[in-house]
Write a protein that binds this ligand. Structure first.
Ligand code: OAD
Length: 375
């Protein structure tokens, strides 16, 4: 894979510490941030239903479901983040959605994320005997000792997991003609596997689909690299004898060229959906700050992250906290897409592939099984 050469855009993380995003260390931001239990976080109009309930519960007040859930117009569309974004979408005010995603979209597929205490990958690397968790994805450490990464890679290679409802929701955004691009940090390949086409997808942290020498970047057949790694040996570059690795982007490496498409995409976005990421890793995390200030941003995550940690939220920022699958399903229900997504998911997962992609004008089957070849 060709590598972009700008050192400015290298992934940076000091040893042992994930880089903190600008928003969480900006002193102005921290002044604006109110402690969650201070009683001051009560601008209910800025909170989703679940946040309002959590906030009221923290203050020992029982939330009036009626007050929260019934809208003044008596409309059945719920208020809160999902209701607002759902309304915008139904009104046709949104046509170019950029999705920014991380490991949280794949936990429902049985793949742990990185940083959730206890269950995250970085909390479970003791057996690899590495100096700090992120060393396993550090290119200098790999150069010195590729074995910990190769042991882990046996588990990480795509093939054991299936896409979940969240992936299919994003595919449905594409099929409805609303997805401008999906930027994912994930290396599990589930976006491709669920049928999001290549031209709609930017795998910002690379993937296992190709392999190359980590020293001279000479390409190496991905399947041969996989076989060697699975057999416990180190694939060696035929050109310079360096260790070959799958083109997963390590700390200290450049991001794929496709990533730089963001400079054109983000200014065109009319809605940003941020899903299942801690927004801790640069340069990816800062992408969310590159949409126009008038563009709504929706965070779907277990907890507030990045610019969503501050109070009050920026006008136009919405968040729905909780389990991602639940939130995405609620949004799909508001949009009237839920059964369509279930049908798509069932037919694709059962291998029936009978679902016809409405965005495919030739009427060809929408199955993307060609992407399975990477597994
Ligand atoms: P993290 O583990 O840092 O963050 C995942 C986020 O998703 C956290 O905020 C979780 O609370 C949230 N989350 C997890 N499961 C969820 C669920 N079911 N519902 C709602 N929220 C959920 O993962 P990333 O942000 O993707 O780089 O990490 C970024 C990069 O750091 C990765 O690409 C990886 C790592 O170093 C690589 O080298 C491969």
């Amino acid at each position: 894979m060709s590598k972009a050469k700008s050192s400015r855009d290298r992934r940076i993380a000091p040893p042992g510490v994930a880089r903190v995003t600008r928003s969480s260390i900006n002193p102005q931001d921290s002044q604006r941030t109110k402690p969650a239990d201070s009683g001051l976080v009560d601008d209910l109009s800025l909170m989703s239903v679940s946040e309002q309930q959590a906030s009221l519960a923290r203050k020992g007040k029982s939330p009036s479901t009626k007050a929260i859930l019934s809208s003044p117009s008596g409309s059945s569309v719920p208020r809160g983040a999902l209701g607002t974004i759902g309304r915008l979408m139904k009104l046709g005010r949104v046509r170019n959605i950029v999705v920014v995603a991380g490991a949280g979209i794949s936990t429902a597929s049985g793949i742990p994320d990185f940083r959730t205490p206890g269950t995250g990958l970085y909390a479970n690397l003791a057996k690899y005997d590495i100096p700090y968790p992120e060393a396993i994805f550090n290119i200098d450490y790999f150069s010195d000792n590729p074995h910990p990464f190769f042991s882990l890679a046996k588990e990480l290679y795509p093939g054991h997991h299936r896409p979940n409802y969240v992936h299919y929701f994003i595919r449905m955004l594409h099929q409805k003609g609303l997805l401008l691009r999906m930027y994912t940090q994930n290396i599990d390949g589930l976006e491709k596997l669920c049928g999001i086409p290549d031209d709609k997808l930017v795998e910002a942290h690379g993937s296992f689909a190709t392999a190359a020498c980590h020293l001279c970047y000479t390409p190496y057949p991905a399947e041969e690299a996989k076989q060697a790694i699975m057999n416990g040996s180190v694939p060696i570059c035929t050109f310079c004898a360096g260790a070959v690795k799958p083109n997963v982007v390590f700390f200290g490496e450049d991001l794929p060229e496709k990533y730089f498409q963001h400079a054109e995409d983000f200014p065109k976005a009319d809605l940003l959906m941020i899903m299942g990421t801690s927004l801790k890793i640069e340069p990816f995390a800062s992408l969310v700050n590159t949409v126009k200030s008038t563009v709504p941003r929706l965070l779907l995550n277990r907890d507030p992250v990045g610019p969503f940690e501050r109070r009050p939220l920026r006008r136009g920022d919405y968040m729905e906290l909780g389990d991602l699958s639940d939130s995405v399903q609620k949004l799909a229900e508001i949009l009237g897409w839920h059964s369509e997504i279930q049908d798509l998911m069932n037919s694709h997962e059962n291998g029936l592939c009978s679902y016809t992609d409405p965005s495919n004008s030739s009427g060809e089957n929408s199955d993307s099984s060609e992407t399975d070849s990477m597994h």
